[in-house]
Design a binder for this molecule. Structure first.
Ligand code: SF4
Length: 375
């Protein structure tokens, strides 16, 4: 089983906080899809005859691309591999790109899951994040999407300038009242070299402090789990059966193959695990898409151990104590002390030989992972 990821590197404009690889012009869209076709032909041997369980169009803003081009690429893949009849085919979309006609065409193209970058249902907050859409767009799009798609996910973001718990609670309430089955509740993170990062450094923007951020995280956790959503990854909540199969697969270290500039891949052949990624350059991609890969590494046993620790904690599927002890055989007293410290803080629980994060510990997943990795 294999999943595919496509990075569509175009956005209308760059949001204040975003450091993803993308360009804010559309003129290379056709050339990009031609290049994508060529990259797919070049990678045909990696997918030929394989069963595809999920396809994820990310970016950038895939909904900025004409549906016919998305559909054309899906047909090309279907000619090479066998796309499972119940494969999850997700497209990330922004509210300003969607209307009933576009939604119907996406369905017709085979997309069966929409992941909408709502971020907020509040105009003040959307402006603070530098988003191109309005609160009315958020609500209208989500309602229209839910009429046509069984599986709809939205991203919500907290921690914008001037945001308090009440505004965040309002966003969560609106999302739940609309009946969205999958909610990603992200904390705004300050990425270097973004406009927001510069504004914060200049002092013209002040973001909520750590304590308020922790309270926001906790509020999301309590409200969403209280309403029946399963907290299946640090920032992700889903009603039963609505988790992202593509994301969960990649967190469970299942193979996926990426296409488009900056796309990452993880492949497993004969027990050898390889990660590789494409160059972060549209110019280079368009010039030679068949040779887009500019980084490749075969994972060492230490890297495999560390990934297993880091990713298992993010989805909280638990880590066997025996596995941790084998990985730290030369420093067992240190491992015992670290685990003891986390137990005391209430961040982990230890039962039937499995180490799992507590709900409170989820917030500290990265910190716990760092202490339990070998690297
Ligand atoms: S729409 Fe998404 S990918 Fe595009 S700039 Fe905004 S956050 Fe980044």
């Amino acid at each position: 089983m294999l999943s595919l990821y496509v990075h569509i590197p175009f956005c209308r404009e760059r949001c204040l906080y975003c450091d993803f690889f993308l360009v804010t012009r559309k003129e290379h869209m056709d050339a990009f899809f031609e290049a994508l076709g060529e990259e797919t032909r070049a990678k045909a041997e990696l997918i030929r005859g394989r069963r595809i369980k999920a396809i994820h169009f990310g970016g950038g803003t895939p909904s900025f691309a004409p549906v016919a081009l998305i559909s054309g690429w899906l047909s090309q893949v279907a000619g090479l591999a066998s796309i499972d009849p119940d494969a999850e085919i997700t497209l990330e979309a922004n509210p300003e790109d969607l209307d009933p006609e576009v939604l119907a065409r996406l369905r017709g193209a085979g997309v069966n899951r929409l992941s909408i970058g709502v971020q907020s249902f509040n105009d003040r907050k959307l402006r603070a994040l530098g988003r191109a859409h309005s609160a009315a767009d958020s609500s209208r799009t989500v309602a229209e999407a839910l009429e046509r798609f069984d599986s709809v996910a939205i991203d919500l973001m907290c921690g914008a300038e001037g945001e308090g718990l009440d505004e965040w609670e309002g966003d969560l309430r609106t999302a739940m009242s609309l009946g969205v089955p999958h909610i990603s509740a992200y904390m705004l993170t300050l990425e270097e070299k973004t406009r927001l990062w510069r504004d914060v450094r200049k002092g013209s923007v002040k973001l909520p402090g750590e304590e308020l951020q922790a309270a926001m995280y906790d509020l999301a956790r309590r409200m969403l789990t209280g309403a029946g959503y399963r907290h299946y990854e640090v920032s992700n909540y889903a009603l039963e059966g609505f988790h992202s199969r593509y994301n969960l697969g990649s967190w469970m270290r299942e193979p996926y193959l990426g296409f488009g500039p900056s796309a990452h891949s993880f492949m497993v052949e004969g027990g050898v695990e390889t990660r590789f990624s494409n160059a972060c350059s549209l110019t280079r991609y368009l010039a030679d898409p068949a040779h887009a890969v500019d980084f490749r590494e075969v994972l060492t046993s230490r890297q495999r151990f560390d990934e297993e620790v880091f990713l298992s904690l993010r989805i909280n599927r638990g880590l066997p104590l025996e596995f941790l002890r084998r990985g730290h055989a030369s420093e067992l007293p240190r491992l015992d002390a670290v685990l003891g410290g986390f137990l005391e803080k209430g961040w982990i629980s230890l039962a039937e030989g499995m180490v799992t994060l507590t709900e409170e510990g989820f917030l500290f997943a990265d910190q716990v992972a760092e202490e339990l990795m070998q690297g």
